[in-house]
Design a protein around this ligand. Structure first.
Ligand code: ZN
Ligand code: CU
Length: 498
């Protein structure tokens, strides 16, 4: 009996940080059958030609909730060798939702255009399965979404009943397999919540030993206070803390990541479990409206902005706000106002250059630092290149060119460390019995090709991607196998009920 697939002559990186070794990998019925010398016959054989085979990369920080429905081929992630995305970050998740209602505001716009009939995580999973996604997803349940569902966009504390309703929604998502509770305390409506509210909701993750992940209340002047708040929330709720896209934003704060990591180390020494991720770029990106108060526009922040996607002014896309202001002979604050108050101005996505390159290296040197793209899957205009290049950039730029970390270490942080932290059962390593999510790449070639001017570029150096035992990408061409699965925290994948 022939098995499904054999990949021969690979240099195998097991995902645990061990040096690569030569061997074959046998795959059958979605799982890795043997690692070493293949002895079976297979329906499909691939000669790896000495390229490196590692577990598929795990994007621990994605906003692909809506993308799984709009772009089920997930080409921008698959081409990087990503086989699983953690969705629902920064407090915004596709669920809970009210069927028939525009989920845009409650989900921070991430699910706009993907209005489904789903209300909860199982409904979302079924909706995604119906699209036959190319890769896997696991979901966090977002605070902003839950709060907006229960309270609308109200700037006040929740009542007792509202607190109970929010807890119920978080609990239901956890029961259905969410890997944790996420916040985006810089965004509306999360920024209107007190620490106590977050602690109470994070407690719902405790019974599952799941995560509290956070886009912290402040990543600049008050970074250290925000780290303290994160540690307090996780400690009081009894959950594991995960700091998303760790950074020190704004020139005045550059270098502060060292102090921030010291706080994390102290918490760990005191027994807390704390993990982090970063994206390997000096610019952030998000919905522009979230960063400004129209009555008090921050000009120095405006100077750092480049427009990524702007439905109201397509001609601004790809340009620095400061250049647009000069061209229009106006105060940059007026340019900000012009954009944000135009029809659909609130949908404008900006890119802001706020991070120091040296801080990225400091972060990547930190033991266990994971990688998340934070890519915003709005494909119009000129999106932040991180959507297309994050994982190849770490391996090409920071491993090969700069030697900031070793290849095996980088791969471990993108695979087993992430799988263990986010509860992806039997994934993230090349080991017998594990799910066959694999990527074959050339460490001497892999690099990000996506730039700010030309972001939608396929990274070179990735030759094969296998998702749940099926070839999803070969020689740069997607096969449309549609073998992605919807994963549940520390449990087996959700089985489609359709
Ligand atoms: Zn964020
Ligand atoms: Cu994010």
């Amino acid at each position: 009996m022939a098995i499904d697939l054999i990949i021969r002559n690979a240099r195998i990186l097991d995902g645990l940080g061990n040096p690569a070794f030569e061997g074959d990998v046998e795959v059958d019925e979605g799982r890795i059958r043997t690692v070493g010398a293949a002895s079976s016959e297979a329906r499909t054989e691939v000669d790896a030609g000495g390229l490196h085979l590692s577990p598929g990369f795990i994007d621990v920080h994605s906003h692909d909730d809506g993308a799984f429905i709009r772009y089920p081929d997930m080409g921008f992630k698959l081409a990087q060798g990503v086989t699983t995305c953690v969705c629902g970050n920064c407090g915004f998740s596709a669920i809970p939702a009210t069927p028939g209602e525009d989920p845009g505001p409650a989900s921070g716009g991430i699910i706009t255009g993907a209005q489904g009939a789903f209300a909860d995580l199982e409904g979302y999973f079924n909706a995604v399965y119906a699209k036959r996604p190319a890769i896997n997803a696991i979901m966090l349940v977002g605070h902003n979404t839950v709060r907006a569902q229960v309270m609308g966009m109200e700037n006040r504390a929740p009542t007792k009943d509202e607190r109970a309703a929010m807890r119920g929604k978080v609990a239901k998502a956890m029961e259905q397999g969410a890997c944790g509770f996420s916040t985006g305390l810089i965004y509306r409506p999360g920024r209107w919540s007190e620490t106590e509210e977050v602690i109470e909701l994070a407690q719902e993750a405790k019974a599952f030993d799941a995560l509290y992940t956070t886009h912290m209340r402040n990543e600049g002047d008050r970074l250290l206070e925000a780290v303290e708040e994160t540690l307090t929330i996780a400690r009081n709720a009894g959950v594991r803390a995960h700091i998303s896209h760790h950074k020190a934003a704004g020139k005045a704060n550059w270098g502060k990541v060292r102090q921030s990591l010291d706080l994390v180390d102290a918490a760990k020494a005191a027994g807390q479990t704390v993990t982090l991720d970063i994206y390997p770029y000096t610019a952030g990106s998000g919905r522009m409206i979230e960063y400004f108060r129209l009555d008090a526009i921050d000009r120095s922040f405006a100077e750092t902005i480049r427009i990524a996607n702007c439905p109201a002014f397509r001609e601004f896309e790809g340009r620095m706000l400061s250049d647009i202001a000069v061209e229009r002979a106006e105060d940059i604050a007026d340019t900000v106002r012009l954009i944000l108050t135009a029809p659909k101005g609130d949908r404008t996505i900006c890119i802001h250059f706020i991070i120091d390159e040296a801080d990225i290296e400091t972060n990547l040197r930190y033991p266990g630092m994971m990688v998340g793209s934070d890519g915003i899957p709005t494909l119009n205009g000129k999106p932040h290149p991180r959507l297309f290049g994050t994982f190849p950039r770490v391996l090409g730029e920071y491993v090969r060119k700069r030697g900031v970390l070793s290849l095996e270490e980088a791969v471990a942080r993108m695979t087993s460390v992430s799988a263990d932290t986010f509860g992806l059962k039997e994934r993230g390593r090349i080991a017998e019995g594990y799910h066959a999510d694999l990527v074959l790449f050339d460490p001497g070639v892999i690099i990000d090709a996506a730039t700010y001017d030309n972001p939608k570029q396929t990274p070179p150096g990735v030759s094969l991607v296998v998702v749940n035992g099926q070839i999803a990408l070969r020689d740069g061409v997607a096969t449309n196998a549609g073998s992605g699965q919807m994963l549940r925290y520390r449990r087996h994948a959700y089985a489609a009920s359709a």
